[in-house]
Design a binder for this molecule. Sequence first.
Ligand SMILES: [Zn+2]
Ligand SMILES: [Zn+2]
Length: 314
Amino acid sequence: MKALCWYGTKDVRIENVPDPQILNPRDVIIRTTLTAICGSDLHIYGGFIPTMERGDILGHEFMGEVVETGHENGLRKGDRVVVPFAIACGNCWFCKNGLTSACDNSNPNAELLEIKDGASGAGLFGYSRIYGGYAGGQAEYVRVPFGDVGPLKIPEGLSDEQVLFLSDIFPTGYMAAENCNIQGGDTVAVWGCGPVGQFAIRSAWLLGAGRVIAIDKYPERLDLARKGHAETINYEETDSVIGTLKEMTGGMGPDFCIDAVGMEAHGSFLAEAYDPHQAGHDAGNRPAHGASRRDPGLPQRWNGFHSRRLWRIH
Ligand SMILES: [Zn+2]
Ligand SMILES: [Zn+2]
């Protein structure tokens, strides 16, 4: 089959590779009908994720048709499914408590992830050896372990395009909004209007927001945010994002802030998005173009919103 394989930083290639095989009774093989590129694939492409090996197959957002099943499986040949990116066994404490991305059984390299992050997590498709070394879905066929747990059967009448984003970015945006615990009428500000930000905007409405304010600089993204009924701020057209937000909300600021900017956003990413004119001097730290997520000064730029809740998604 053909698959997109990683060969090094900024070096990915379509290669012919062996077809996947059923290895365990609960496996299924899926013929991919649609797959997506995620912002998180850029972490791998840009060389930020350790333990990738040459030839590893990328992709964790995919869907397709079941073409083969192990003998212990609730799925059947011909089922159309969309596959969540985290691999979950369904039996461990975490899975039984709805915390499937922390599954205790699906990541054979959990100790490595513990070294990196301080705690282990589930295996992920197409996402390096520390996340289990599973082949990804940017390929013609994929082996999906625990096929009876993760894959969602697609009801009749829904197209691939309508359900593909259930694999990752819709739930990601939804979870950020859900974590806000929005009470009816709250104002939610969303930094970053890429795909995940767009889903966060729409999810905030679904969960009862009274206002949604979206911040970005790209006109087409801001247009799409307005189509989702958000008010918008182009941060390149204002002296102060924070000042504008306060003006728009009677001095209060938003009730909740969602950061959907992404790890490798352009320029100094988060710092500039928050407030280009304050970044770099509020906390006496480095100029904006050296800022990073671990920059100890960064939270102080969120002045005015420090008592409220901020959720980051990437
Ligand atoms: Zn993703
Ligand atoms: Zn589990």
